[in-house]
Design a protein around this ligand. Structure first.
Ligand SMILES: Cc1cc2nc3c(=O)[nH]c(=O)nc-3n(C[C@H](O)[C@H](O)[C@H](O)COP(=O)(O)OP(=O)(O)OC[C@H]3O[C@@H](n4cnc5c(N)ncnc54)[C@H](O)[C@@H]3O)c2cc1C
Length: 346
């Protein structure tokens, strides 16, 4: 159906974490939906999926919007059948034409299926929504080389928002009435028996971390004593990541080294790679170490706010205007000292 010219009704889907608090990505989607609803002059509802929606409703009370909740033990764990049924019921209850949702693993799994059930359309990896007559959603294509602005006349239109693109909604807790939406769950064939997570040192890609720490190929290159020190480099890097919970990124040269037969850091994979052919993360701060700061790498830093680099080379790319602060120094020595200071401060 062509909905052009009709007034939109916006629903933002949110879910809680294991502590019954709304996830940060959900709160970011709430901010995006409040901004969009104000610009379009459209009605807004917030859908909550939680075991107990009361704490989430209290956190959203100050929005003054209609709150709808699907709740119960079945929603303690992500599961396709129950989450899809909950999202579908919330969309029906809100009579929604525009549905925003955070791109959490939970919603990313079900959103396309729910859009299909409702005869709607979906766009993912949305980084911004502009427009005052109708939504104009921005996303990147082709490894962040092409930025597109998408508009659609079809409804319902689902928009999955990338995390880190909006400020998380925050306001005083209040008393809020929310409407319970009853749903008939389908037969649940999947039972969640537990969660297995990688060890904290293995899970090094952390989109929600405040700091991105990037390791470059210099860590495994011959050092002034004529030797390589890959094992020591690995210890220093993991020690820092462990102490700060920073996210670990890498240059392409460093993650490629395994295939080139050079010393490797076993905890790095191509998933850690930042740059033109890697990831473009959105951390508030970034620290580059033993990396030259060449353009194909630095384009991956375009959304990093404050940038610092440690390099032995005073002519490296970072020193040519790509970082706010460059320390021309030996990263082994600097990071050992930083780790010692971090250990003291604990
Ligand atoms: C089409 C294309 C796509 C590409 N995509 C990407 C991409 O997505 N991501 C990416 O990263 N690269 C990419 N590259 C490669 C990129 O051009 C560079 O080759 C790569 O980023 C270099 O990695 P590096 O700076 O870690 O290594 P190097 O160039 O080897 O630099 C190592 C640096 O470490 C410094 N150093 C050594 N020891 C120390 C020490 N003890 N203390 C401090 N500093 C030290 C050296 O002075 C040097 O500056 C791409 C290239 C092409 C052609």
């Amino acid at each position: 159906m062509d909905w052009s010219g009709m007034m939109d009704s916006i629903l933002v889907l949110t879910h809680t974490d294991e502590n019954s608090a709304l996830t940060k990505a959900s709160l970011e989607a709430v901010t995006a939906s409040l901004e969009l609803a104000a610009r379009l002059g459209a009605s807004l509802s917030i859908g909550i999926i939680a075991v107990d929606p009361a704490p989430a409703a209290s956190a959203l009370a100050a929005t003054g919007t209609r709150l709808l909740a699907v709740s119960g033990k079945a929603f303690a764990q992500p599961r396709y059948a129950s989450d899809a049924a909950a999202c579908e019921a919330l969309c029906h209850a809100a009579n929604a034409t525009i549905i925003l949702a955070p791109s959490s693993s939970r919603f990313a799994r079900v959103a396309a299926g729910v859009a299909h059930r409702l005869g709607g359309v979906i766009d993912t990896h949305i980084t911004a929504i502009a427009g005052s007559a109708q939504p104009e959603a921005t996303r990147w294509f082709y490894r962040q080389r092409i930025e597109a602005v998408v508009t659609r006349d079809s409804r319902p239109w689902f928009l999955l928002l990338d995390s880190g693109t909006h400020a998380a909604y925050s306001a005083q807790l209040g008393t809020a009435n929310f409407e319970h939406i009853d749903i008939q769950l389908p037969a649940l064939r999947t039972t969640v028996t537990g969660v297995r997570t990688p060890q904290s040192d293995a899970q090094t890609i952390r989109p929600d971390a405040e700091l991105l720490f990037v390791a470059g190929a210099g860590w495994t290159k011959k050092q002034p004593d004529g030797q390589t020190h890959a094992a020591e480099a690995g210890e220093i890097i993991l020690n820092f990541i462990h102490r700060t919970s920073a996210s670990l990124g890498s240059s392409k040269s460093l993650v490629d080294q395994g295939t080139d037969g050079a010393p490797v850091l076993p905890f790095l994979t191509h998933m850690n790679q930042i740059g033109q052919t890697g990831a473009t993360p959105r951390h508030a701060k970034g620290l580059s170490t033993c990396c030259h700061g060449e353009e194909p790498h630095v384009v991956g830093w375009r959304f990093i706010g404050e940038r610092r680099a440690i390099s032995l080379d005073p002519n490296c790319g970072w020193a040519r205007g790509k970082a706010d602060v460059v320390y021309i120094a030996d990263a082994f020595k600097v990071m050992e000292k930083v780790n010692a200071l971090l250990a003291q401060s604990k």
